[in-house]
Design a binder for this molecule. Structure first.
Ligand code: G6P
Length: 455
């Protein structure tokens, strides 16, 4: 079976300095790449503007990366515009950050057509097509119209909003109809499935039952299958001597009793301000921990051209500065804050040396950082503070310290609990978490989602 994967981001990026192709790290790539290598297939993705790679790159004889060239106008209207200034904030319930602009929509439709054309060119009967995410909602229907007869799968990686949010979108009908061109649609949680079904009923007049939507004489399966991580890869990483060495040296240099970790893209959905306020409250409430706990926060730059992202950067810088100024002392830093990207090797070191992790988005489709942290805790020595509004809390409820990220008191208390927790309780909680993450890894996800042949 040939697999055609369609995503906005590319699975490989060109390291321009060395002219080398480097694999993009991420759950989707690590799950799908081995299959594409073994069985052959095509990955259709955005072709970077000005990039020197050819539009078709052969990874193996049967595995091709096919890039869809986008103009700078496409990028501005489709990617920054409709994808990230309209759909992203709307789906994450930030109505006051949602921009409605018809030019964005026209750009989005134009680029979705470009993607569909590229997929249709790559398609041969007998292939399975997997379309990913909110940037490409129209592609499934376009593919059906182009005569693709084989099953089309679509996975929606961010929250699917409830009807009372989606109804604000002028193109709500087109988005739903576009997605319903697929034969199976996957989401991370049952809540998102329900939201989608209700939107289909309210907006299109479709019917639904537990596992499907009925629309235009077709049955479209809908299911909740949260994406997993490549646990074997993380387990290999934490055994690497340089990963162990870095962790050990850093821990020594920090010279505090406890270290906390946070890793997020710098996005307004990630609740960094709320998290820092919670940390501030912790040091205020428990002064005996001053000088004993340091928190490391990695904030990865993302969509930096957009005003909302510049705004969140300013606010985050400000609050970190405030906490440093208020609680810091010569010789002790309460929050180490890094606005940059780190590779998985470095992250593996940071996770494995941290006593607790704070994963406190105000809303998140799933959140893979929590899974990455958990899987590095082979000796079960850690604690996970987790937002109840991250999709992953449905999977990792048992074992985590669940918080409402808007409640700074609750964040402060959870940090205290994580630090005071006895060895036995820590072990029990971490074991429950780790077992779940290992069992429901990325291969589990793929088996459960992609193998589900439509009725
Ligand atoms: C997050 C979401 C993905 C989304 C990605 C886009 O990781 O979970 O669903 O596709 O952001 O990020 P980008 O940097 O490509 O805009």
């Amino acid at each position: 079976m040939k697999l055609i994967v369609v995503s906005n981001r590319e699975p490989y990026r060109l390291e321009s300095s060395r002219g080398k192709l480097e694999k993009t790290v991420g759950g989707l790539v690590s799950a799908l790449e081995p299959i594409l290598r073994k069985e052959g297939g095509v990955w259709v993705c955005w072709g970077r503007q000005g990039q020197k790679t050819p539009l078709e790159t052969y990874i193996t004889r049967d595995f091709v990366i096919k890039q869809v060239p986008l103009t700078s106008r496409d990028v501005s209207e489709y990617y920054y515009g409709f994808s990230n200034e309209t759909l992203w904030p709307l789906c994450h319930m930030f109505i006051n950050r949602t921009h409605f602009d018809n030019r964005y929509w026209l750009g989005y439709r134009r680029v979705n057509r470009k993607f569909a054309r590229a997929v249709a060119e790559a398609y041969t009967p007998g292939s399975k097509v997997l379309v990913n995410d909110y940037q490409l909602a129209l592609v499934p229907k376009l593919l059906k119209e182009k005569g693709v007869k084989d099953p089309i799968y679509m996975f929606w990686h961010i929250p699917f909003p409830p009807y009372f949010m989606l109804r604000f979108l002028p193109q709500r009908r087109e988005i739903l109809e576009g997605m319903l061109g697929a034969d199976v649609i996957g989401f991370h949680t049952q809540h998102y499935v329900q939201n989608f079904q209700e939107c289909a009923r309210e907006i299109l007049g479709a019917f639904y039952d537990d596992s499907a939507v009925y629309w235009n004489g077709r049955k479209i399966k809908v299911k909740a299958v949260p994406v997993g991580i490549d646990t074997d890869r993380w387990e290999r990483l934490i055994r690497e001597p340089k990963v162990i060495k870095y962790a050990r040296n850093l821990r020594k240099k920090l010279s505090v009793e406890y270290v906390g970790i946070g890793v997020d893209r710098l996005d307004y959905t990630k609740g960094l301000e709320e998290k820092f306020r919670g940390i501030g409250r912790f040091f205020e409430k428990y002064p005996s921990f001053r000088g004993k706990v340091s928190f490391i926060q990695i904030a990865a730059p993302t969509r930096t051209k957009l005003e909302d992202y510049m705004d969140i950067k300013r606010k985050t810088d400000e609050i970190v500065g405030m906490i440093e100024g208020k609680f810091g002392e010569p010789g002790w830093v309460p929050i180490y804050y890094y606005y940059k990207n780190y590779g998985d090797e470095r992250l593996a070191s940071l996770y494995s040396m941290a006593d607790f992790a704070l994963v406190t988005p105000v809303i998140d489709g799933l959140n893979l950082v929590s899974k990455e942290y958990v899987v590095t805790k082979k000796d079960y020595d850690g604690a996970l503070v987790l937002s109840e509004f991250a999709g992953v809390s449905m999977q990792l409820r048992e074992g985590s310290l669940i918080v409402n990220p808007f409640d700074e008191e609750a964040i402060a208390e959870s940090i205290y609990m994580a630090l005071k927790m006895g060895k036995r309780e820590k072990r029990e909680r971490m074991k429950a978490l780790r077992d779940k993450v290992v069992k429901e890894d990325v291969h589990w996800w793929l088996r459960n989602f992609l193998e589900d042949v439509p009725a």
